[in-house]
Write a protein that binds this ligand. Structure first.
Ligand SMILES: [Zn+2]
Length: 321
């Protein structure tokens, strides 16, 4: 135990990712050398209420402290939704028990450390930029748009290595732009027809079910599409590719990113990387589209790594004022 503690120091970056099923904590060696030294997870158990979630944070933090023999001054937190600094409340969380709560202050009081927090899609974009696929293949990229396509749909924008949080904390919140108004289910964001309700995994599976009369997981729908034996599967994948391209075109016309990175369950569909550029060409204000669309490299770890990296991002500090 003594020897293990020797590897930890004041330069370590501590990050926590609040997920739907688990709360994960990581300790990275330093900003210059962000090797993972320790990772621990505990169940979120959000159905047991907000106070219980705070207790789970405390449990995780105690375990991290016991393993490292240290207590940090600040922790980076990847959270769902958005923290509104002006009124000290969370909003837009799909784990709705957190909405309206001051997660930042409550955690600072519970854990007795400062918390720097950002939306989990922002943390994903930051981690893939600094540690993942962008760093390894396009390290010169200045503008990176990170997309999470899974059960939910989200986005994060990193410019010159900094996360763009925005005036209202909704910078990069691409998942809830209108895509096809009036289509799909009414979303918790208050709109019907936002990106999440059209091109998320569950939304596409629901679309297939409505057309064909039976449920199949998206992976199987894609397989049937590739085999060319199911016209409903073809329709569903076309809806994904057209919708994804249309949703991306809005971002491209505004920030024209150097690189786009995709993560989440739906990002395993290869056609997103091979077919999107062709569709996009006709949707943007340019005659060609050659921006690389890359598959994320860090998997589930991106959120927690991004959280730890937030600590070193001084551009986030004004958000707290
Ligand atoms: Zn929505």
């Amino acid at each position: 135990m003594e020897a293990e503690m020797g590897i930890f120091g004041a330069e370590n970056l501590w990050g926590i990712d609040l997920g739907g099923t688990k709360i994960e904590g990581v300790v990275l060696k330093s900003f210059e050398q962000p090797d993972e030294l320790l990772r621990i997870r505990v169940p979120t158990e959000a159905h047991l209420g907000y106070e219980h979630i705070l207790n789970q944070f405390q449990l995780l933090f105690s375990k991290l402290q016991a393993k490292t023999g240290r207590k940090p001054d600040v922790i980076g937190l990847a959270s769902p939704g958005t923290y509104i600094a002006k009124i000290g409340e969370m909003k837009n969380c799909n784990a709705t028990v957190i909405n309206g709560r001051n997660l930042k202050k409550d955690l600072e009081d519970t854990l007795e450390v400062d918390i720097v927090l950002a939306n989990d899609a922002n943390c994903f974009a930051l981690a893939e930029t600094k540690l993942g696929i962008v760093k390894s293949h396009y390290s010169e990229a200045k503008v990176v748009f990170g997309v999470i396509l899974g059960t939910g749909v989200g986005g994060g924008l990193v410019v010159n290595g900094h996360v763009i949080q925005g005036k209202h904390g909704i910078g990069g919140e691409w998942g809830h732009n209108y895509l096809y108004p009036g289509e799909g289910k009414l979303c918790y964001c208050g709109k019907q027809g936002c990106n999440e309700q059209i091109i998320s995994g569950p939304a596409l599976e629901e679309f297939y079910k409505q057309k064909s009369g039976h449920y199949k997981p998206l992976k199987e729908i894609y397989h049937l599409h590739l085999q060319g034996v199911d016209k409903f599967a073809e329709l569903t994948i076309k809806r994904l590719l057209d919708g994804f391209a249309k949703a991306l075109s809005v971002v491209i016309n505004i920030v024209d990113p150097d690189v786009i990175v995709l993560g989440g369950g739906v990002s395993h569909i290869d056609a997103l990387y091979t077919d999107t550029s062709e569709v996009l060409k006709d949707m943007i204000f340019n005659h060609e589209f050659d921006t690389p669309i890359l598959k994320a490299q860090l998997g589930d770890s991106a959120g927690v790594f991004g959280a730890a990296l937030l600590i070193a991002d001084t551009s986030l500090l004004p958000l707290d004022k």
